[in-house]
Unconditional design. Structure first.
Length: 421
């Protein structure tokens, strides 16, 4: 492998990413045959650390982030792989809470390039193998893998998990997973293993996920079944089979995901002090999820891009806005359910700024315009930058701005300065 490593050592990270984007015939190519072949050759299917694999339509990233934060606070060495990134590709890998340097990624890509021989890998597959290779070079206690798409055929599923998690199941990625919720649930439950430990984080999860768990005789911790959440004015409580926490602070991100993390911790056989759990929940945040960019004027970005995540965003707007009128910047991908995604926000937003999205699957703004054709206050722009600039400059003390619709929408916004759009 040393010859291959030296051959590619001079490539920069941007060179590697360009190569990854163009060397395979398809950006998304579900299936484990090719990636598993390389993983087995590289001895990456089992890691010396305990592995937690997290699937779900929404809530994966925030669940991974809180679990990471809690494990780090307990003194463990933790690696996290998540996607997509928002601005910097390095966001996809965290080792002990830090982003690796560009050279670490280049070294990992060079290693995988040398190991794959003539096996073609997609952008995501190549990046997943590189991340796992990076984790294998470290002495980690825990590795948290966020599933990219689905579960059963996702590249992360090549690694044997100690705990498998499904956060939620809703309609999204219908071009790849189908429009039947039961089938989507089975795809996500494809990360379960016979007699394995599983966590199911939604009390209203589709039956197929529970059925997969039962058929495989999994050791199950499911919301509303083996663990429950009780809400009160002064906080919330988690009641599991062995772990119990009282009067925890309410988080900004979904409470169900916080409870999911405690169920994972229970499955791992850990019992953090209540103060550590309360601190982690209180300080829980993730880039692009209800992220405040500016307080005066108030500007918040959120990657909500499907009906379920948009519904959660809508449920939080009243608390966030604190009486201000809500101005929205929105740009979405064409393969999303735009109509159902905007529906929860229709009576929350007073003025819409919509635009095209500079992505191959991006809507040029026409689909958004069609959904909003009966709304009075709608302004269409050529780009997210133009929409954001116009919306930002219209704000006053009685209004706030929410930017949402896609990871790409948030990424373009984060590259702008809120103070100088």
């Amino acid at each position: 492998m040393s010859a291959s490593f030296n051959q590619y050592q001079s490539r920069s990270l941007s060179d590697w990413l360009y190569y990854l984007e163009h060397q395979h015939h398809s950006a998304i190519d579900l299936g484990l045959e090719r990636v598993a072949k390389v993983a087995k050759h590289a001895k990456l299917t089992r890691l010396p650390a305990k592995v937690i694999t997290v699937a779900g339509t929404n809530g994966k990233g925030s669940t991974c982030a809180l679990l990471e934060q809690l494990l780090l606070s307990e003194g463990y060495r933790v690696g996290v792989y998540s996607s997509p990134h928002i601005v910097d590709y390095r966001e996809r890998v965290r080792i002990n809470g830090q982003l690796p340097g560009e050279q670490a990624f280049c070294d990992a890509f060079a290693a995988i390039e040398g190991l794959r021989a003539d096996t073609s890998l997609s952008y995501f597959e190549f990046g997943t193998l590189a991340a796992i290779w990076m984790f294998a070079q470290q002495r980690l206690d825990y590795v948290i893998l966020e599933v990219g798409l689905g579960g059963r055929l996702d590249a992360t599923n090549i690694v044997e998990p100690d705990v498998s998690v499904v956060t939620t199941v809703a309609l999204d990625h219908v071009d790849w997973l189908g429009s039947d919720l039961q089938q989507i649930g089975r795809e996500k439950a494809g990360i379960f293993r016979p007699a394995g430990k599983v966590v199911i984080g939604d009390t209203d999860i589709v039956d197929s996920v529970l059925q997969c768990s039962k058929q495989l005789q999994c050791q199950q911790l499911a919301a509303g079944h083996q663990y429950t959440v009780v809400q009160a004015e002064d906080g919330w409580s988690y009641h599991g089979q062995k772990l119990h926490y009282q009067q925890l602070p309410y988080p900004k991100l979904p409470l169900a995901n916080a409870a999911t993390v405690l169920a994972i911790v229970e499955h791992l056989g850990l019992s953090p002090e209540p103060s550590a759990v309360a601190s982690a929940v209180a300080n829980w945040q993730l880039a692009g999820r209800l992220q405040t960019l500016s307080t005066e004027p108030l500007v918040v970005v959120d990657v909500a891009h499907n009906p379920q995540s948009a519904g959660y965003l809508a449920s939080q707007l009243e608390n966030i806005s604190k009486g201000r009128s809500v101005v929205a910047v929105c740009a979405m991908l064409t393969d999303k359910d735009i109509d159902a995604s905007l529906a929860p926000l229709m009576d929350k937003v007073s003025y819409w700024h919509i635009s095209g999205l500079s992505h191959p699957r991006g809507d040029d703004g026409s689909a958004l315009a069609e959904v909003l054709k009966h709304e009075q206050n709608v302004e269409r722009h050529a780009s997210v930058k133009q929409a954001y600039s116009t919306a930002f400059n219209s704000l006053d003390k009685q209004s706030m701005l929410i930017v949402f619709g896609s990871f790409f929408t948030v990424a373009e916004t984060l590259e702008l300065s809120p103070a100088k759009p």
